[in-house]
Every structure is written in C-alpha cells, then in structure tokens.
Design a binder for this molecule. Sequence first.
Ligand SMILES: CC(C)(COP(=O)(O)OP(=O)(O)OC[C@H]1O[C@@H](n2cnc3c(N)ncnc32)[C@H](O)[C@@H]1OP(=O)(O)O)[C@@H](O)C(=O)NCCC(=O)NCCS
Length: 190
Amino acid sequence: MRIVTYAEADLPDALAAQTAALEAQAWPGSTPGHDPALAPRVMLLLDEAGAVAAALTLLHKEIRHAGRTYRAAGLSAVVTRADARGRGHGGRLVAAARAALAARPGPDLALFSCDRELAAFYEAAGFRRLPGAVLVGGTPEDPLATDAPGFDKVVMAEFFGEAETDQADPAAAFAGARIGLYSGTIDRLW
Ligand SMILES: CC(C)(COP(=O)(O)OP(=O)(O)OC[C@H]1O[C@@H](n2cnc3c(N)ncnc32)[C@H](O)[C@@H]1OP(=O)(O)O)[C@@H](O)C(=O)NCCC(=O)NCCS
C-alpha cells in the first residue's frame, strides 16, 4: 500500500472518481470537491491494485485568534472504503497527514472537528482534543459552530513549529475558546 498526495486540481480523473465514490458512500448526497480558496490537498492510501482504500483532504486558511494570526490546516472528508474499514487504513492515512503538516515549512496548527466517538481515533494518530473549544465555521454572516443544536462534536488540534515551541502549553490559547475558523460556504466546518 502507498500514500499519494495531490493538489485537488491535479488529482487524476480515475482517482478523483474513486474518491468521490467513497465520499458518496459515507455522506450520501454530498457534493465532491472542496473550496479552491482553501488550497485543498488530497491524500490517498492506495491498495496493491492501485485502488483508493482511504482518502482525506487537507484544507488551509489563516485565522486570527487571541490577537495572533495562525496558519491553520484542517482534515476534511476522512473516509475509508466501506469494505476496507477496521484494518488500520484510516489511522495510517491520518497519521501520515499529521506528519505532512508537521514538515517545515508548514502550518502553525491543525484544527478540525469530529464526532465525539471518533476523537480517540484521531488521538491515536497524534492529534489532541481541545477541551471546551468550539469551532465556528461558515461565514460571519452565516456561521456554523460545533456546538450547534444536534451536534456532538469535539475540536481536535495539533501545534507545529514555533506555535508548538514558543509557549509552555500551545493549546492554552485555544482550550475553552470559540475559535473563528470561517472556512466559507462550501467547507462550512471543513
Ligand atoms: C472513521 C473511518 C475513516 C476510520 O477508518 P478505518 O480505516 O476503519 O480506521 P482504522 O482501522 O485505522 O481505525 C479504526 C478505529 O477507529 C474506531 N472507529 C471507527 N469508526 C468509529 C465510530 N463510528 N465510532 C467509534 N469508533 C470508531 C474503530 O473502533 C477503530 O478503533 P480500534 O483500532 O481501537 O478498534 C471510517 O470508519 C469511515 O470511513 N467512516 C465513515 C466516514 C467518517 O465518519 N469519517 C470521519 C469524519 S470526521
């Protein structure tokens, strides 16, 4: 098995079609593709036959928080082919995404949300929970927050480079905070 990474715009058609099929399996009715303004990069775990076993997309955006500007990246549309789940593929791909984000130059932090039941899956791949944090996506005019009624979401993060080393606890500025991500109208909570 091997992992390949493409800017979304450069994803070969056959891999794009397979990725869209996995996403449709997991999220029926969803629209494939991400907002080009978020510089989407698609990471795929390919099986021995070259077929997509798992997929995710890295999205990127600057955010302002607590008086600082951070280059943030998020994990989006993390999915393993239904017949290939439970074999470590998703975990392997998510860990590879963390390693890619940690490489310099790179973002200051990873920031995304997941259903509470999946937090341990992301923790096992090297991300951490931000206790009490709320991620606010969408737009300032039409926000979508992780504490919206009916959601049971957890905010996950990891800190890289200077953001990791210049404070005793880099998560301190984010834990318990409402974080304005404002990732737009397409990837509303990326
Ligand atoms: C979540 C997902 C990507 C995991 O992929 P995978 O290849 O099966 O992952 P792995 O085999 O590496 O690890 C699975 C681990 O996650 C846990 N897990 C997966 N889905 C879970 C769920 N819905 N609830 C609780 N735990 C879950 C498994 O129990 C397993 O833990 P274990 O190793 O301790 O047994 C896959 O289940 C999937 O595609 N789900 C549908 C799409 C989705 O919900 N994506 C996440 C969006 S935030």
